[in-house]
Design a protein around this ligand. Structure first.
Ligand code: FMN
Ligand code: 7N5
Length: 410
């Protein structure tokens, strides 16, 4: 394996912070606000990032780090780095090649990709671009079960390795900029995986042709604030599938839904849950036979005031006690962040917004750049900390530092 290198890939963009700044200039306001914002005041979004600064690395020396291997096995595949691309909706807003560009970049870089249920590219097209690199389908389990059943069966056929059931979205978090901008998917894009169901639903609803934005009279709960909790009696969604109308599902429950999902998915696909943030739920997840957990607060887009994911990670790792893999996402912007998450017991890390910024900057090439920057940083961090293999990264490499500067061992 190669030694770390400081050769730049793109002199305009040497860090994820620079990628964010460049991307900022390439996106229209609606897209930028939708991608970047967190729920309410955005404090959980900020804390997802700042939590990493509470830890410092304890580097070891004189260990012959001339050969470093940052790869990990995931879904029977050797992932080149301990990082995957988290599912994020509607990537065609960032670049016209959207999810296809992300899939091509993941293939080139040997990195697993999560595909959102609300992608603007079909899962079959993404699978085609991905080759041998594993794909995961992020699932919003709809109240109209039939849509989800169809999606699961298509994902199986297309060779997806797992579904990640998102469980932090019984209602949509309140995203004020999105509400103020009256966010709408422009009519030339489609929520591709449901395009067929959508036209069927439109016929049922008495509409013909056109996209969400063109419809003369939107069906019930399809407005840009549907899905937010308004305290009124709940009406299950009907009509065309938009994320405002369908993503939130407050009826999900451990006993009924996890069993149903396992029956639909196994043995071809694993069932993971994404959005666990406590030891109690992690223990329940193991009890209900899921294959893995992603510690996530949806990038701070759901419950504002929730714990930063890095702060929630230790209790989840403790509750799971090695029985199933534990992954984490949220606020990862540096190779050292990845190292810290792994040291606290995560098996793997997923990144959301940085990939969208890469897409907005240069499509496939921009996503490759994003993954290269983080991959190089992970390799360098491992070398400088005296570790040559991901499995050797443990909590002995970290200390926690409090506000007054007091340092404590973990
Ligand atoms: C624009 C955007 C769209 C997202 N769409 C989805 C989605 O469709 N399903 C889902 O489970 N998570 C979604 N997420 C959450 C990500 O999967 C991930 O949890 C989060 O982005 C990680 O935080 P980070 O952006 O700080 O890396 C989305 C996040 C963003 C920023
Ligand atoms: C919950 C709505 C679907 C997209 C999404 O997950 C997000 O914007 O965070």
């Amino acid at each position: 394996m190669a030694a770390p290198s400081n050769d730049p890939h793109d002199l305009n963009c040497l860090t994820i912070a620079e990628l964010e700044a460049i991307a900022h200039t390439r996106m229209d306001k609606q897209t930028r606000d939708y991608y970047n914002e967190g729920a309410d005041s955005g404090s959980t979004l900020k804390e997802n990032l700042s939590a990493y600064a509470k830890y410092r690395i304890r580097p070891r020396v004189l260990r012959d780090v001339s050969s470093i291997d940052p790869s990990v096995d995931i879904f029977g595949h050797t992932n080149s780095i301990p990082i995957g691309v988290a599912p994020t909706a509607m990537q065609c807003l960032a670049h016209s090649d959207g999810e296809k560009a992300t899939a091509r970049a993941c293939r080139k870089m040997g990195v697993a990709m999560g595909l959102s249920s609300f992608a603007t590219t079909t899962l079959e097209e993404v699978a085609e671009e991905s080759g041998e690199v594993p794909n995961v389908l992020q699932l919003y389990l709809f109240e109209e079960r039939e849509h989800s059943r169809k999606l699961i069966s298509r994902a199986k056929k297309a060779g997806f390795k797992a579904v990640f059931l998102t469980v932090d979205t019984p209602f949509l978090g309140r995203r004020n900029m999105e509400i103020r901008n009256q966010f709408k998917l422009p009519p030339h894009f489609k929520i591709a995986n449901f395009a067929e169901d959508d036209s069927a639903a439109q016929e049922v609803a008495g509409h013909t042709g056109g996209d969400e934005a063109k419809r003369p009279s939107p069906p019930k709960r399809a407005s840009s604030t549907a899905g937010y909790h308004d305290g009124k009696a709940r009406v299950p969604p009907t009509g065309p599938i938009t994320f405002h109308s369908h993503a939130a599902n407050p009826t999900l429950s451990w006993d009924r839904d996890i069993a149903w999902l396992k029956k639909e998915c196994e043995p071809e696909m694993q069932v993971w849950i994404k959005g666990v943030a406590t030891g109690e739920d992690a223990a329940l997840a193991v009890q209900h036979g899921v294959h893995g957990i992603v510690v996530s607060n949806h990038g701070g887009r759901q419950l504002n005031g929730a714990l930063a994911t890095l702060d929630a990670l230790p209790e989840v790792v403790e509750a799971v006690a090695g029985r199933i893999p534990v992954h984490v996402d949220g606020g990862v912007r540096h190779g050292t962040d990845v190292f810290k998450a792994l040291a606290l017991g995560a098996d793997f890390v997923w990144i959301g917004r940085p990939v969208l910024w890469g897409l907005a900057y240069k499509g496939q090439e921009g996503v490759e750049l994003c993954l290269r920057l983080l991959g190089d940083e992970v390799r360098l961090c491992m070398g400088l900390a005296g570790v040559t293999s991901v499995k050797d990264i443990g909590k002995e490499y970290l200390v926690k530092i409090d506000k007054s500067g007091f340092v404590s061992k973990l």
